[in-house]
Write a protein that binds this ligand. Structure first.
Ligand code: TYD
Ligand code: MG
Length: 452
């Protein structure tokens, strides 16, 4: 038998080292190493042991048909719904609305469900359920943190959907490790995965994510579960975005949009309208981009602000909803290729509404917003822009241009600045094709403004 040894495992990236250190050597996260055991008994089998081999054509594919959850925005992200026997991890920062959305999900489910509340008392959950209109005879509740008691409750209730809120708060008393430790989180998850498979019941685990973005503990779970969903948003905004980070049963690029209201989370089918509600036209430092999240086009306003700093003072760069590294790269391209002088300006850039822009198609909007702020000159109000910016200052095509243009037309925009070789399909929008950043600046009346 292999020898068990103690290792120190990073709760952010999951890598192990034999010696404790204040910082993970792999991902460089601080204070993320916790004690773990390695080389012990193999984790419990994920699939039923002793299953016979068979020709692939004889495997029943229909058992993995998703069952709709009754919440269209969740079904969109899951590609139809929850699959029987699957385990889904819902990650998100504390307070973002994980418990709320899952209570709503349980209440919509047509047959008996079980909510395992390991963080809040039964009374607290009941009060919240009343606000959400989720007090239903088929929704069962157990306030429990001990894994054997949870399994007993599943036996008693025989639910067709189980939610564990959260995986970090439950523990197996046979494992001498604190709740939330990697050993507990992984041990409990393995056990719940085999229960889900054995019973053919979907299980959803809640996992809190730290501010730094790591799934504290559950990062090590990503390969154990079938699906990892991430619930995001800025707590100061009502907007919440649901994405699939990993999904064994379908594509991972769909986006669900919700709004947090007094009555819980409401799906937002027309997200572009929500993002543009507070937009003021004619203001310098603003550009609208039809971005694409999965198959879903969204119009998002990018804003920028620039301020001169005294000579010698370090110019601050701050990005919200835009990757900080990407902003730095785009500013460098603007300096070098469009000959703008940004070294003595602090630059703030943000995607409005608590949204996070992750695709390069938004590059051009970031650049134009920055130059518009620097020149104190607004972009035309009826223009949208998109395109990836290359290091040579060239503009590159963004995927699914027709879909982006159709969404912009639907929202009343009449002109678009697009990379030269975008497809001809314009959806009633007048296209200005540009091949470089400099041409794009000229097309919106920003040429030479702010240039040194
Ligand atoms: P919660 O679901 O408890 O977050 P998590 O489980 O991710 O920690 O959501 C908590 C926040 O949501 C809290 O700040 C109150 C707010 N909220 C509403 O705005 N409306 C509601 O109907 C509910 C139930 C919560
Ligand atoms: Mg909660």
């Amino acid at each position: 038998m292999s020898r068990v040894r103690v290792v120190y495992r990073c709760t952010d990236c999951g890598s192990a080292t034999p010696k404790w250190a204040g910082r993970c050597l792999t991902c460089e996260a601080w204070n993320s190493l916790v004690e773990d055991l390695e080389g012990g008994a193999a984790p419990p089998a994920r699939l039923s042991a002793g299953a016979p081999a068979m020709p692939i054509g004889e495997v029943d594919a229909h058992c993995s048909q998703p069952q709709p959850t009754g919440i269209p925005e969740i079904d969109r992200v899951l590609g139809g719904g929850l699959v029987a026997g699957s385990v889904t991890l819902l990650g998100g920062e504390p307070g973002i609305g994980k418990s709320t959305i899952l209570l709503q999900l349980l209440a919509q489910w047509p047959t008996r469900t079980l909510y395992v509340s390991a963080e809040e008392s039964a009374q607290q959950v009941r009060l919240r359920a009343e606000r959400l209109g989720a007090v239903r005879p088929d929704l069962w509740l157990v306030p429990e943190t001990s894994l054997p008691h949870i399994l007993a409750a599943i036996d008693q209730v025989q639910p067709t959907l189980v939610v564990i809120d959260s995986i970090q708060s439950i523990a197996d008393p046979d494992v001498a490790s604190a709740p939330g430790s990697v050993v507990q989180v992984r041990g409990c998850a393995h056990r719940l995965v085999s229960e889900a498979k054995r019973r053919g019941v979907p299980v959803v685990l809640v996992g809190h994510v730290t501010k730094e973005g790591g799934l504290a503990g559950p990062r090590v779970l990503e390969h154990v579960v079938d699906t990892v969903l991430s619930f995001e948003g800025d707590r100061h905004h009502a907007l919440r975005l649901l994405r699939a980070v990993k999904h064994r049963f379908g594509p991972t690029n769909e986006l669900g949009v919700f709004e947090m209201t007094g009555d819980g989370l409401l799906g937002v089918p027309d997200a572009s309208r929500l993002f543009l509600t507070d937009r003021r036209t004619g203001v310098p430092g603003s550009a609208v981009v039809p971005t694409l999240e999965g198959q879903r086009p969204l119009l998002v306003e990018v804003q920028a602000l620039t301020n001169p700093v005294p000579p010698g003072a370090p110019p601050r760069r701050s990005a919200q909803g835009i990757d900080g590294g990407r902003l730095a790269l785009l500013l460098a391209v603007l300096e070098r290729r469009a000959r703008l002088s940004l070294g003595n300006h602090e630059v703030f850039a943000s995607a409005v509404g608590g949204v996070r822009l992750t695709e390069p198609g938004a590059d051009l909007a970031v650049c134009l917003a920055v130059v518009s702020a620097l020149a104190d000159h607004p972009l035309p109000a009826d223009v949208v822009v998109f395109g990836e910016v290359g290091l040579a200052g060239e503009l590159r095509q963004a995927a699914h241009a027709p879909r982006r243009l159709a969404e912009a037309a639907r929202m009343g925009f009449t002109r678009a600045i697009v990379p030269t070789n975008s497809p001809p399909d314009a959806h009633g929008i007048s296209l200005t094709r540009v091949s470089t950043l400099t041409e794009a600046l000229a097309a919106v009346g920003l040429a030479a403004r702010g240039a040194r």
